[in-house]
Design a protein around this ligand. Structure first.
Ligand SMILES: Cc1ncc(COP(=O)(O)O)c(C=O)c1O
Length: 385
């Protein structure tokens, strides 16, 4: 649930700013950092920019001592712009083009090698770069298929049997091999999935260890039992004599953020709809992988009739429904709703489809509202054409 002060400040924001907008509670992000640090006091944290890359968040996370994890050259350069040093940035991803590699030649981040071809390109363009090798643990991983990067059929990393040869190859090519990388997927709620992943690395130790770094990725679901991971994770690190790096995204920012929309109208076809001024272009997760976001009415409940609604955005797409069968007090036109747990992979996935500007993003600092990103101007949408 939302912090009462944040909840109160939202009413003020509704009077000042156009909807739809994202609002984030900085106190909640800082609290999540503290929770992860408490669970894994021995680990270095690298915030996964893809969850939410706003500079105002990045600068604050850097000030708390986090590094950054990037999955494109754009994110690497954004992290530098936010003040992260190259040694505090980890660059992941299966495709790193020659153009992208050339762009970081003068200031190379720590690069995660994702295949033999990737290794050779990195060695050519970034000689002597500090690298990790990403292991695809070939595990079932219980999460939505789009999010399960640790399955053997995904395009990520190298299978365990290829790891020892590629570690040698990286060293022969003059790369500075730091250690292994493992990222199982996103929104993982079962500690057992992580433990299986750690076992795969344990089995590789005789051929690969010791190493300086084990980067064990992100993927921590909001309801995951972190305590169940800490012991096995520390034991794995001890076995390898390695420092542990983690790359949380969702865990740090998801609950801190909400998408605020206004009700434009009520409509009935064979189903009963609330029509909203924001939809899938602002929050793609429901359409992309059936994600469910709790809905909170930001209007009075007292004296209202109860209804059950599907919540539809403005796009001419039957799939532009942010939630179905939501029990709500019947709103009046112009009243606002919030989609909760939208701070991760919400704004960062927003689209300009249908010439829809990406929404305004606001940060509640505890003392006031800060604009993290203006709503895109309409004219910006056809610039460059
Ligand atoms: C390599 C890598 N690291 C970290 C993350 C962050 O994941 P999450 O936001 O689930 O913590 C991702 C997300 O997909 C990723 O691909």
């Amino acid at each position: 649930m939302l912090d009462p002060l944040f909840r109160q400040a939202l009413q003020e924001a509704l009077g000042r700013y156009p909807t739809p907008f994202y609002a984030y509670d900085w106190g909640r992000v800082a609290a999540q950092v503290a929770r992860l640090r408490e669970a894994f006091p021995f680990a270095r944290l690298f915030y996964a920019l893809k969850a939410n890359p706003r500079l105002g968040l990045l600068r604050r996370l850097r000030a708390l001592g986090l590094g950054a994890e990037a999955v494109s050259v754009g994110e690497v350069l954004r992290a530098y712009w936010a003040g992260f040093p190259p040694e505090g940035v980890v660059w992941n991803g299966p495709v790193k083009t020659e153009e992208a590699l050339a762009a970081v030649r003068e200031r190379s981040p720590v690069v995660v090698l994702d295949s033999e071809g990737d290794l050779k390109r990195v060695a050519r363009h970034l000689p002597g770069a500090r690298v990790l090798l990403r292991v695809n643990p070939d595990l079932p991983v219980r999460t939505h298929g789009h999010l399960a990067t640790g399955r053997g059929e995904s395009q990520f990393g190298v299978l365990p049997e290829a790891v020892p040869r590629l570690v040698r190859l990286a060293q022969e090519k003059g790369l500075h091999f730091l250690g292994l990388h493992l990222h199982l997927g996103s929104a993982l709620e079962e500690a057992g999935d992580f433990l299986q992943g750690y076992r795969v690395l344990e089995a590789l130790y005789p051929q690969v260890g010791p190493v300086a770094v084990l980067d064990l990725g992100g993927g921590f679901g909001l309801r995951l039992d972190l305590k169940a991971l800490a012991g096995p994770l520390e034991a794995l690190a001890r076995l390898y004599g390695a420092e542990v790096w983690l790359e949380p995204g969702r865990y740090l920012v998801a609950e801190a953020g909400i998408l605020v929309v206004r009700v434009v109208g009520v409509k009935a076809t064979r189903r009963r709809y609330l029509l909203l001024d924001g939809g899938m272009t602002s929050l793609l997760r429901p359409a992309l992988y059936g994600a469910r976001h709790p809905v909170l009415p930001l209007y009075p409940r007292e004296g209202r009739e109860a209804g059950v609604f599907d919540l539809a955005g403005p796009a001419c797409e039957a799939g532009d429904v942010l939630a179905r069968d939501v029990p709500l007090p019947v709103p009046e036109e112009g009243e606002a709703l919030a989609f909760l747990e939208a701070g991760a992979y919400g704004a960062s996935m927003a689209l300009t489809y249908l010439d829809t500007p990406r929404p305004l993003e606001l940060l509640w600092t505890g003392e006031g509202w800060e604009v993290l990103r203006e709503r895109e101007p309409l004219e910006g949408l056809w610039e460059g054409e």
